[in-house]
Design a binder for this molecule. Sequence first.
Ligand SMILES: NC(=O)c1ccc[n+]([C@@H]2O[C@H](COP(=O)([O-])OP(=O)(O)OC[C@H]3O[C@@H](n4cnc5c(N)ncnc54)[C@H](O)[C@@H]3O)[C@@H](O)[C@H]2O)c1
Length: 264
Amino acid sequence: MGVANEYSIAAGVAKVLAAEGATLGFSHLPDKEGRDRMEKRVRRVADPLGAQLVLPCDVTSDADLEAFFKAIGERFGKIDFLVHSIAFAPLEDIRCATVDATRDGFRIAMDISVYSFIAASKYAARLMGDGGSIVTMSYFGGEKVVGGYNLMGVCKAALESAMTYAAYDLGPKGIRVNAVSAGPIKTLASSAVGEFSEMLALNAAVAPMGRNVTTDDVGNATAFLLSHMSGATTGEVMHVDYGYHIMGSPGHAVERLGLKSTQA
Ligand SMILES: NC(=O)c1ccc[n+]([C@@H]2O[C@H](COP(=O)([O-])OP(=O)(O)OC[C@H]3O[C@@H](n4cnc5c(N)ncnc54)[C@H](O)[C@@H]3O)[C@@H](O)[C@H]2O)c1
């Protein structure tokens, strides 16, 4: 869930999963009456990967979620995994100081970016007969303050907490639940974050390995978390960010960006 176009993180994940032999189904944001732009964009990613199903699902609608997972159940019987790669906040509520976000903006952002994970996990778990694996996409801005990430940082903190509670709830059923905390990638969603290009450059300079991640990097880590190779791992936030999250100072960025100390 969460392919918008070929640049989406979920598209990179799907590509890796298909290469590893997974059978895939996709959701797309419903199109407005009489249009099929969203579906077409998702199909451009899904069809070449042999998608068995591409169906609309607006995660703010319980009826949509129910219908989507009912169709999944009818098509596949049982499923092994769910990838949740969905987030949204109204532009005016993320492009302002967090303290200026509106009640309505907060409600919408938390509903789409956090509750959708809780609801989708519930429905997916019902289709996972003898165990399974769920992965959601998070970002470091949920752990530490990242300027410009604002309200979405609050959502990611809640998402990571929801992930651990879901891991607790679903553990007895043999279902593992984890999050991938991906470094910044240029996508439709990330274009809403202020000063994103500057953030990319800074991120690569600070990350110990000196580069930014790709959707392939995130796809590989997600495939690991969905596979039996990570069979004892649940409730974990796996950072896929070339090490950015371990830093407590600019580190190598001082040389990389040619920053000189003003002290003798
Ligand atoms: N791009 C980054 O830098 C980055 C880094 C870390 C985590 N993430 C997270 O990865 C996930 C995917 O984002 P992305 O960067 O691939 O951008 P994206 O825009 O390609 O994906 C976001 C998806 O959310 C979907 N969505 C929004 N509202 C919806 C609704 N009401 N119902 C159903 N779907 C809805 C969109 O259709 C889209 O497919 C998000 O959770 C995002 O926060 C992104």
